[in-house]
Write a protein that binds this ligand. Sequence first.
Ligand SMILES: Cc1cc2nc3c(=O)[nH]c(=O)nc-3n(C[C@H](O)[C@H](O)[C@H](O)COP(=O)(O)O)c2cc1C
Length: 198
Amino acid sequence: MASDLHHLEQDIWHDLQTALQEAEHPFRTGTLGTRGLDDFVALRTVVLRKVDADVRALWCHSDGRAAKVQELKHNPVVSWLFWDAERKIQLRLGGNATLHRQGEEVDRLWTETSRASRKDYLLPHAPATPLERPEAGTPAHLRGTLPSEEESEKGREHFVGIETRIQFIDWLQLSREGHRRAQFRYQNGEPHRQWVSP
Ligand SMILES: Cc1cc2nc3c(=O)[nH]c(=O)nc-3n(C[C@H](O)[C@H](O)[C@H](O)COP(=O)(O)O)c2cc1C
């Protein structure tokens, strides 16, 4: 039974890595939860950008001016949520986040970022800035088109990599045969793996 759990754990990390290669993979986007500055839980969709199973880390990237980045400076505790509707698998992961503005990893993430995504980092106003008109968030010359490679580089100053070191996984698979649920804890040394009641 313990070895089943070990295989399941390996499958979970493998699945997350596969999502990086497949745009349509259900784990390609996840819900990232932080503690909001107003004390409510804050949730948003993000694209999974890097998975490092060796150190059990999930990465996404964001605009350094975004609320989530400010929230993480106050409280680094985050949750990730994924749902695979076809295989009926829910994955919940929790851990601590580190913000990376500089460094090899974040440079690599930036290099891999398409011009379409870089465009988000070129917007003149910080996310959630009040606007007179909905279209006012995007400069006129960028509406309906992509920035040049050269212009896209200006977005780098706002680009932040968010690395979550995972400490806890809750895996749930729904099935007519009987739901199955497992938990994995990484806090102290050797992982603790446990089947639990769904
Ligand atoms: C499909 C989808 C993918 C998204 N991916 C990201 C992402 O990778 N990084 C990001 O910062 N925001 C992403 N967003 C936007 C966020 O959901 C959110 O609206 C924005 O980051 C502001 O969130 P905040 O105010 O909580 O920081 C995505 C939105 C959608 C709908």
